[in-house]
Design a protein around this ligand. Structure first.
Ligand code: PMP
Length: 387
């Protein structure tokens, strides 16, 4: 059998970051903040590393970190989780996704994916023996209708993988859209693998609603979070899983042969971070929202057709509206001729989409943003935009 990974290109994040280095570009492509996360959390990790323990922690995670996960989701999302049976710590959201998909999807299963989608989903579904069935989200708000869902749900549907807030689309789904999706999941008896790694990065006072809290979804949702996004520590790769016992038991069986466990000092520090009060998360949102406003406002002034970002570190530009019909080629030109790296959304589709959109990361320090914007101003002049 040919490996599901054999024909995969190198991930677009690596491609664009390499081009960024080659061209000494400002990298607004890959999504990571310039600054490291809170010093107190890093200090807890550093102390725990020296003090120990540094041997294998329990497979599902340190007991206290799992209690912190349950406390956190009770406080912020009104979820009622039994820490010892319904939570697990993984090595990043990515490992949580891999564990969930490998554990829950089998030969012949269909899995509903929503494109543009995070690029890990489809290869993992295929590797698990499943077949992706794609819903193409409707630009500009990346919405879906009941008909869109009915076209792909079938008696063979085993699971959906749903990302909210959406990377790369930078929208936050409303309770009504979630209810519509829940209706189909319940009707077809489907598990919802919910990638909610951006749950705390939402703007303009928008509420974040977890799929797990939608009526009827409590026991059919695998909820995935990422400490990397919560604490601006993307290199730590600490993931959080919440699911009913019958699902978590299966997901844990895949986890035991992927990584088995996650460094104990990072788990201790994440447990400490999860117990931070609402003011920490409010200030995280506020700081990122200020950057978003600065970046999006400047791009608008230059005449770029930029869409408002409702959440995540990203904002998207509809370069199709400028007459550009190949976002990937345009992203390469932007990096080689103007020195700014972005991510073309076509990389997040199973086949070339009819839209042409670039994603920019604004979670950068002021100097990086200003230099990136100066270069984008030069590009805007060349493109004949109003700026
Ligand atoms: N899902 C989505 C939608 C993401 O944006 C990311 C990180 N960019 C991940 C999963 C992976 O999270 P982690 O870094 O914790 O593995």
């Amino acid at each position: 059998m040919k490996s599901a990974f054999a024909d995969l290109p190198v991930t677009i994040f690596d491609v664009m970051s390499t081009l960024a280095r080659d061209h000494e570009a400002i990298n607004l492509g890959q999504g990571f903040p310039d600054d490291d996360g809170p010093e107190d959390i890093r200090q807890v990790a550093a102390d725990a590393l020296i003090r120990g323990p540094n041997q294998y922690p329990p497979m599902l995670g340190l007991a206290d970190t799992r209690v912190a996960i349950a406390e956190h989701y009770r406080a912020f999302q009104a979820l009622d989780l039994d820490p010892s049976r319904e939570t697990m710590v993984t090595s990043g959201g990515t490992e949580a996704l891999a564990s969930a998909i490998l554990a829950l999807v089998g030969d012949g299963d269909e899995v509903v994916l929503f494109q543009p989608m995070y690029d890990a989903y489809a290869p993992l579904v295929r590797r698990a023996g499943g077949t992706p069935r794609h819903v193409t989200l409707r630009a500009p708000d990346w919405s879906f209708t009941e008909d869109d869902l009915r076209e792909v749900f079938s008696p063979n549907t085993r699971a959906i993988v749903f990302n909210n807030p959406l990377n790369p689309g930078a929208v936050v789904y409303s309770a009504d859209q979630l209810k519509l999706l829940a209706k189909l999941c319940i009707e077809f008896d489907v598990v919802a693998i919910c990638d909610e790694v951006w749950e705390h990065v939402v703007f303009d006072g928008r509420p974040f609603v977890s799929m797990m809290g939608v009526p009827g979804m409590r026991d059919r949702t695998v909820k995935i979070g990422s400490a990397g996004k919560m604490f601006s520590l993307t290199g730590w790769k600490v993931g959080l899983v919440a699911a009913a016992p019958h699902l978590l038991t299966l997901v844990a069986k895949a986890h035991q042969f992927l990584t088995f466990t996650t460094p104990p000092n990072l788990q201790i520090a994440v447990g400490y971070g999860l117990r931070k009060d609402a003011s920490y998360f409010a200030s995280l949102r506020k700081a990122l929202q200020t950057k978003r406003d600065y970046f999006v406002g400047a791009m608008e002034n230059m005449g770029y057709p930029i869409r408002q970002s409702e959440g995540t570190y990203f904002a998207t530009v509809d370069v199709g509206a400028l007459g550009i019909d190949d976002d990937a080629a345009f992203a390469k030109r932007l990096v080689s001729d103007f020195g700014v790296a972005s991510i073309p959304l076509s990389a997040f589709y199973a086949q070339k989409p009819s839209t042409n959109v670039l994603r920019f990361c604004f979670a950068k320090n002021q100097r990086t943003l200003d230099e990136g914007l100066a270069r984008l101003r030069r590009a805007a002049r060349e493109l004949g935009l109003k700026g």
